[in-house]
Design a binder for this molecule. Structure first.
Ligand SMILES: [Mn+2]
Length: 349
């Protein structure tokens, strides 16, 4: 017997998805929805047993009704097929998912407060415990919140803990920033050793940390699904996707994880385009065109510049100029500090 769980997080739906766009340009919003659908399709096509979303379903707390419907409708479809769906409200939802009739479906369960759900599947009882993203001092409050879920109050064959928080040891960003001592970080030693896995959203880089389990030699994965699309250049070069976790009873120790795999989804390349300080108004256009020719046609390009870049060059960098130079298939944005003198709007909005 097997039980397969599909675990994703940080889909950030609604990112760059203007309902009434002012300027015609490629938006990244569709990319985010496509990868979201890829996760859900995989769950259906592979006949997984459970879908868990680790939080930040949406990119922010106030979302247009259209985005809410686009996000919830496919979840409803899954639920209608009999799929158990679990959601952890994340920080971008301000720990509260936007209300919708869709969410009344009996197969959609939300960790709207510390709680434990149980499911009976293929002769096994699974318990899923969790609570919504906790902003205030999770470091000191974690043990109390964990106790409030009553995760240990049952005799389930498989126990899972679902969180949307930073865990000590998790790494992010181009310089591998490591979460350690902050008030917003859960101590590794505070995680329970009596669960089979900890499933974590919030950290956008996919990674697995390992805990020592209750039994000698037994390791517990702390699985970070990561985001399903790159939300910023800090995620440049990161692989994006979701995890599939298969439990089985092949050993003599009851149910355990038999297989754990990261399934990658496509993402668009991110490229930095640095404007040198000796660039003149006359040669900037050919310079940019030569750079563009080196990039994949679906790139997301970020302009960087030297501090002492020519003011004429800086002022020429308007949205209009860029739309005339870049192919429509690319997205363009500016690195912080690009417009020190004239504070033009970010082209990527
Ligand atoms: Mn997030």
């Amino acid at each position: 017997m097997h039980i397969r769980i599909v675990f994703c997080a940080d889909t950030h739906l609604g990112f760059d998805y203007p309902i009434r766009p002012k300027v015609k340009r490629r938006q990244r919003g569709q990319d985010f929805f496509e990868n979201y659908h890829r996760v859900l399709s995989h769950a259906i096509d592979s006949q997984a047993d459970v879908l868990i979303h680790g939080g930040d379903l949406f990119f922010r707390s106030r979302v247009p009704a259209k985005i809410i419907d686009l996000a919830y409708e496919p979840l409803m479809e899954l639920a209608d097929r009999g799929f158990p769906v679990f959601l952890v409200p994340g920080n971008h939802e301000r720990s509260n998912l936007p209300p919708s009739l869709f969410l009344n479906h009996p197969n959609i369960r939300i960790f709207d407060k510390p709680k434990t759900y149980t499911l009976d599947l293929h002769g096994a009882r699974i318990s899923l415990s969790g609570f919504p993203f906790e902003r205030e001092d999770i470091r000191d409050r974690f043990r109390a919140l964990l106790d409030a879920t009553e995760w240990n109050g049952n005799s389930a064959d498989i126990k899972l803990l679902c969180l949307h928080q930073a865990i000590e040891g998790a790494q992010v960003g181009p310089s591998n920033y490591t979460f350690q001592y902050g008030k917003d970080v859960i101590r590794r030693n505070d995680l329970p050793s009596g669960v089979h896995a900890v499933l974590v959203g919030h950290i956008h880089r996919q990674q697995i940390l390992w805990l020592n389990g209750r039994h000698h030699g037994n390791k517990i994965p702390v699985i970070h699904a990561g985001s399903t699309e790159r939300t910023s250049f800090a995620e440049k070069g990161e692989r994006k996707g979701f995890y599939e976790i298969r439990f089985g009873t092949t050993g003599d120790t009851g149910w355990c994880i038999e297989h754990l795999r990261f399934i990658e989804v496509p993402t668009r390349p991110m490229e930095d385009l640095r404007m040198p300080s000796n660039l003149t108004l006359k040669n900037m256009r050919p310079f940019i065109l030569s750079k563009i020719a080196e990039f994949d046609e679906h790139s997301i390009v970020r302009f960087q510049c030297d501090r002492d870049i020519d003011d004429e060059v800086r002022e020429e960098m308007t949205g209009r100029f860029l739309r005339g130079v870049f192919p429509e298939t690319m997205n363009v944005q500016f690195g912080s500090g690009f417009f020190v003198r004239n504070r033009t709007q970010d082209h990527n909005g």
